[in-house]
Write a protein that binds this ligand. Sequence first.
Ligand code: GLU
Length: 315
Amino acid sequence: MNALIGNGPKTIITRFAPSPTGYLHLGHVASAIFVWGVARAASARVLLRMEDHDLGRCRRDYEEAIFADLAWLGFAHDNTDFRFAVNSTYRQSDAGAHFESALSELIASGQVYACNCSRQEILLRNRSANAEELRYDGYCRTRGIPLDAPDVGLRLQIPTTELRFDDLRLGMQTQTPALQCGDLLLKDRHGQYTYNFAVVVDDLRQGINLVIRGEDVLHATGRQLWLADKLGGSDAISYFHHPLIMGSNGQKLSKRLLASAIASRRLAGEDPRVLLGEAAQAVGLLAAARPLTVLELPQLLSTHFLKRGRSNGGI
Ligand code: GLU
């Protein structure tokens, strides 16, 4: 595993960053298996970060259930090692001052503008586009709306250049954010910081140098690296995007199994080792489900990726 992330003197710091907008499901458990498995194999630290930047959708009872689920499954975080984790809990909603100062830095670069387009308007102007993401067309770029006008979002002009990064599992990736999402929304019209902005500010200030997360956010990595670079440092972060979970027949996991909350299985008295085994099997780390403990994860991940090698999907 150290061949993957180097074995120099530098401390490796990674994070698990759920959004408390719902209960944990098996997909999160699969993600946690990768984060803790790689981290413990590489003597890395794991920061548990509650990504509650979208205050309208996040709930404290979800957060409490997430803490309880992770502890029940055996995923112990290292938050006490981090000075910014208050009483060992780190929430984005407590970090407004940091987001504000990063935003001011970007505003000073002269490339941030106010935008009052609604999602509906952007959709209407993009009617013919057959893209996977809704791309902002730069409509407000030259309209000169004051940054402090009411009900405006703030966007950062994104260059048309192609961005390249080497994913530790998937190899070289090429993305052009200007064609994917267009000018990046930093803060929305309701005053909420966006996922891309908050995640980059946090990864930088928390010294995260290894990001392990699902392929569902692979498309956002180019823009995040670009933003990190604008804020003073992207070279330090390596990315590992893990596969998403599949059912036993190789099909996408059934909605029922995916949606079934870990919390209700915990409260029903199930064996957490059975859940870990199910998630490991669904994500392709075990040929057949069997009870599994967190202590076995470093070995499981090392064996799996050493066996497969980087060229065919290994680390
Ligand atoms: N809060 C994000 C999620 O739950 C984390 C994505 C990331 O790791 O960057 O999907």
